[in-house]
Design a protein around this ligand. Structure first.
Ligand code: OFO
Length: 183
């Protein structure tokens, strides 16, 4: 008896997204190692933690594919891009990467809508919300650079920024959770 509850196209797209999350983890890992080697221990700590988060995303998709009775295909992970050459470029690349992943998530949502696969549509809503948070997190990194005036970033400003990121929470408050008392 066939108990596979995913169409071939959805299963292939989910497997591709699983690899994309693994690749995201590798990118954060690679950038974290670069930041550490440049002496930015706080930035590195933040990025190492995020590498783990992306791996968790990969696992969520893997589990979902299994639970729907389809086949998980673990493939090679594309290599991360070249290391950034500055903290500013590092944060810009992170933002670009998150937007790219959001687009991939949206494609899957659209695909599940077209196929009327409501289970996958529902599952993917978690990722839609997560991507809003991750884009916000990346925007916050860029905002911190704006405040310190990235063009003239001096050692002191970078030191403070690095120390700050050591303890920056990994989660951001989503707009849905905001109240007038607690913006
Ligand atoms: Fe998996 O959330 Fe970022 O990319």
């Amino acid at each position: 008896m066939n108990t596979d509850r995913l169409s071939k196209t959805i299963a292939a797209a989910l497997n591709a997204q699983m690899t994309k999350e693994a690749q995201a983890s590798q990118i954060y890992l690679s950038y974290a190692a670069w930041a550490e080697s440049q002496g930015f221990g706080g930035v590195a700590n933040f990025l190492f933690r995020h590498a783990q988060e992306e791996r968790n995303h990969m696992m969520k998709i893997l589990e979902y594919i299994l639970k729907r009775g389809a086949k998980v295909q673990v493939t090679a992970i594309p290599a991360p891009p070249e290391n950034p050459t500055s903290i500013k470029i590092c944060f810009e690349k992170i933002f670009e990467h998150e937007v790219d992943n959001t687009n991939a998530v949206y494609k899957l949502v659209k695909m599940s809508l077209t196929e009327e696969d409501w289970a996958t549509w529902n599952f993917m809503q978690w990722f839609v919300k997560e991507q809003v948070e991750e884009e916000t997190l990346a925007m916050n990194l860029l905002d911190k650079l704006k405040i310190t005036d990235s063009e003239k970033l001096n050692g002191n400003a970078l030191y403070v920024l690095d120390r700050d990121l050591e303890t920056t929470p990994d989660e951001v408050t989503s707009a849905q959770e905001v109240t007038a008392d607690n913006p």
